[in-house]
Design a protein around this ligand. Structure first.
Ligand SMILES: *Cc1c(COP(=O)(O)O)cnc(C)c1O
Length: 388
């Protein structure tokens, strides 16, 4: 197979050449002036992406590291926590909190649907003694391709003092999120999703209120301790050795993101979602999520039962060198997922959709051949201007 692979996972995502080049630099002293400059710039850039003026720390870890950091820094063992889950990653957040001794109450919603803010409100209204210390929720549930209305969930919290902790690992910079305006307290994200850099960094933003609560909380912690992080950041350092090369990449990717503009990035991801959904629908396949809550980062497609999702993925990989994600847990072989976040272009998606249509045809799926691609082209046509 020649040529680059089409990597359409919901992370890791393809890396722009500019970022790859930026990472190929000689090593520097992580306690010297060059690194201080890089750290200052990337924290500034990240604050813009999070739309916050509060705190952001960077850990050498995958996204889950930032989720664990959220739990151990802002909770104590025995604290009551409301864990709102709409899929695999919501479950993970709950498991981490339970693993560290929080008293976790799960609020589950069916996979493929978002959380209902009204139910969150009702639960918090019942909590007259204000025992619930935190609400854990996923911004974009990568396992099902559904996003939650975080703004509405924050409003549902009203004046309840619980911290709102959000796993925005695949949602940040693909779906709108305004940390300060929406009064979010803790927001985790990761490098290998919309940030267009390799896996290995995670980001943790937190409010001043969360930092104050942190001083009193008692979960065991050392490596993740945010007070250490905040203290070192003041002198332009991290407490422990940072992933220096990834910082060079991050500085470049943030430059690219801010050149494009956050609103434009989000609109671009909306377009990817609409393009993919229209085309796949025209191929006669079902989508797991309804339009109102369909993710801008990843689309979950229900495979024809007669074929199975994994056979489609295998054929796509072997014939076309295209990598799609499978379904997780109960959704294994039921859905396949097309990641469309970060460094993706419409024409890449067009190629993938064309290949999918050929794959379906070859695996015996009955449909009007070409209808999907036709829809995709028509969508792009509607967005381009007439030539002169
Ligand atoms: C990718 C992802 C994570 C983190 O996974 P890691 O493998 O630890 O990077 C967490 N939550 C969501 C919603 C994700 O998409």
């Amino acid at each position: 197979m020649t040529g680059d692979q089409y990597l359409l996972l919901p992370g890791p995502t393809p890396i722009p050449e500019r970022v790859t080049r930026a990472m190929s630099q000689p090593m520097v002293n992580h306690r010297g002036p060059e690194f201080k400059q890089v750290l200052t710039e990337v924290v500034q850039g990240l604050k813009q992406v999070y739309r916050t003026d509060q705190h952001v720390l960077i850990y050498p870890a995958s996204g889950t590291g930032a989720m664990e950091a959220a739990v151990v820094n802002f909770l104590s063992p025995g604290d009551k926590v409301l864990a709102v889950s709409i899929g695999v990653f919501g479950d993970r957040f709950a498991k981490i909190a339970a693993g560290f001794g929080a008293q976790v109450e799960k609020m589950d919603f069916p996979w493929g649907q978002p959380a209902d803010p009204q139910r969150v409100k009702e639960r918090l209204d019942q909590d007259v003694n204000r025992e619930i210390k935190a609400i854990l929720v996923t911004h974009n549930e990568t396992s099902t391709g559904v996003f939650n209305n975080i703004k509405a969930i924050s409003e549902a919290r009203g004046d309840h003092p619980a911290l709102l902790m959000v796993d925005a690992i695949s949602g940040l910079a693909t779906i709108d999120l305004k940390m300060d305006e929406w009064k979010l307290d803790v927001v985790a994200s990761g490098s290998q999703k919309a940030f267009m850099i390799p896996p290995g960094l995670s980001f943790l933003a937190f409010s001043e209120k969360a930092l104050q609560i942190h001083e009193q909380t008692k979960m065991p912690r050392f490596y993740w301790d945010v007070s250490l992080g905040v203290k070192y950041l003041e002198k332009g350092q991290t407490p422990f050795t940072p992933a220096v090369s990834l910082f060079f990449g991050l500085r470049e990717s943030l430059k690219m993101m801010l050149e494009e503009g956050l609103d434009n990035i989000i609109e671009r991801h909306c377009n990817y979602r609409d393009l993919v959904r229209k085309a796949v629908g025209a191929m006669g396949l079902q989508l797991l999520a309804q339009d109102e809550w369909a993710s801008q980062a990843v689309t979950a497609v229900v495979a024809p039962e007669s074929i199975g999702a994994n056979k489609i993925r295998k054929y796509m990989l072997e014939q076309f060198n295209i990598v799609l994600a499978g379904g997780q847990q109960n959704l294994d072989n039921v859905i396949f997922r097309i990641g469309h976040l970060g460094y993706v272009r419409q024409l890449d998606l067009l190629a993938v959709l064309a290949a999918l249509e050929i794959t379906l045809q070859q695996l015996g799926w009955e449909m009007e051949f070409g209808a999907g691609l036709n829809q995709a082209q028509a969508f792009i046509l509607s967005q381009t201007k007439k030539g002169e």
